[in-house]
Ligand binder design. Structure first.
Ligand code: TLP
Length: 347
């Protein structure tokens, strides 16, 4: 059975063009800086995001940990959202690998951190306290319905960080979704950030890879951190080749994913026993609550899987659905019929 797989936008398979690009990519040893395809992807990405340099890493998690470890020393502190991917879903890497202290403050429903909460969290100079070094934001915000952070918000956060002599990292795994949703150049969302992580293997459908971007000096230090993490990948131009296709041809189509997510949310909002908020859907992520509790979460997932629809379980009676390349209007409508029939069967 082929599933309508809404678990994540990471489930996409590479396009035909990507497969061709992979098989004909010019390669070299990237640890010597000699892979022409990687060098091209890094230059392209840095330029696109308005930064001096970029570095290819294996995953979004590796991108974030490479940046955090490059910015912070042991015993230093990162201020970040309590719903952020770095805090919730990256295996505690900053503590485990770097002895770095995560200081969480509440994420607002729109994915932002309140400036006053950040200010309160920043430590005074005192031998009892860890030293605050970094603020980390996430755009779009995965756990907050894929909310895009605006250029105005980002600029205010950058200014706040600078005022306090802090650095700012942006987990921009889905930064192109944010730029499209807000109809701005992606550089407006990265300006002033000291580092950015952007993923090729989410909505852009590349099979693997993320890039971190920043100043030339930062990326030179990050290269050493990546090596320390075992991420010097030799002839990884086979990864970069797909990444170039992703950047060149898969960004604009993300708008379709946004439309489909809205269509899905609107449909679900009309199904008795389920709840979602279509107005919160700005990009490709939505959350659905199982309001009718006649069957368990597992039973709900199982019944939908039997009808060929998969999505993620993210908390009690809460589920996450993402749209992506390969999910068109027809798949959305089929998924809605499946949801409707499971819920009707339940009444
Ligand atoms: N997110 C995955 C899961 O880990 C939850 C998903 O399916 O959404 N930052 C953000 C905002 C992310 O959403 C993810 C992946 C990452 C970083 C990490 O990327 P990978 O999975 O490449 O390590």
């Amino acid at each position: 059975m082929t599933f309508i797989d809404l678990r994540s936008d990471t489930v996409t398979l590479p396009t035909e063009t990507m497969r061709k690009a992979i098989s004909s990519a010019a390669l070299g040893d990237d640890v010597f800086g000699e892979d022409p395809t990687i060098n091209r992807l890094e230059t392209m990405t840095a330029e696109r995001l308005g930064k001096e340099a970029a570095l290819l890493v294996a995953s979004g998690t590796m991108g974030n940990i490479t940046c955090v470890l490059t910015h912070c020393a042991r015993g230093e502190e990162v201020i970040l959202g309590d719903s952020s991917h770095i805090f919730l879903n990256e295996a505690g890497g900053m503590s485990a690998l770097g002895g770095i202290f995560p200081h969480t403050i509440p994420n607002q429903p729109d994915g932002t951190l309140l400036p006053e909460d950040i200010e309160t969290a920043i430590r005074a100079e005192n031998i009892h306290f860890p030293r605050t070094r970094l603020i980390a934001l996430e755009n779009t915000h995965n756990r907050c319905y894929g909310a895009p952070l605006t250029p105005e918000y980002t600029a205010a956060a950058v200014a706040l960080a600078k005022r306090h002599g802090l650095l700012l990292h942006l987990d921009g795994a889905r930064i192109f979704n944010a730029a499209l949703a807000l109809d701005v150049d992606v550089r407006e969302l990265t300006r002033g950030c000291d580092s950015i992580n952007v993923c090729l293997s989410k909505g852009l459908a590349a099979p693997v890879g993320s890039l971190i971007c920043g100043s030339r000096e930062f990326i030179a230090r990050a290269r050493r951190t990546r090596k320390m993490l075992g991420g010097g990948m030799r002839q990884a131009g086979i990864i970069a080749a797909a990444g170039i296709v992703a950047l060149e041809s898969m960004v604009d189509r993300l708008a379709e994913d946004h439309e489909n997510a809205r269509r899905l949310a609107e449909g679900i909002a009309g199904i008795e026993g389920l709840a979602t908020d279509p107005l919160r859907v700005r990009t490709n992520i939505l959350y659905v609550d199982l309001v009718d509790r006649r069957f368990s979460d597992d039973e709900f997932l199982r019944r939908l899987a039997e009808k060929g629809v998969r999505f993620s379980h993210t908390g009690p009676a809460r589920f996450r659905m993402l749209t992506h390349y390969g999910i068109g209007k027809a798949e959305i409508d089929t998924a809605l019929i499946a949801l409707q029939s499971v819920m009707q069967g339940c009444y």
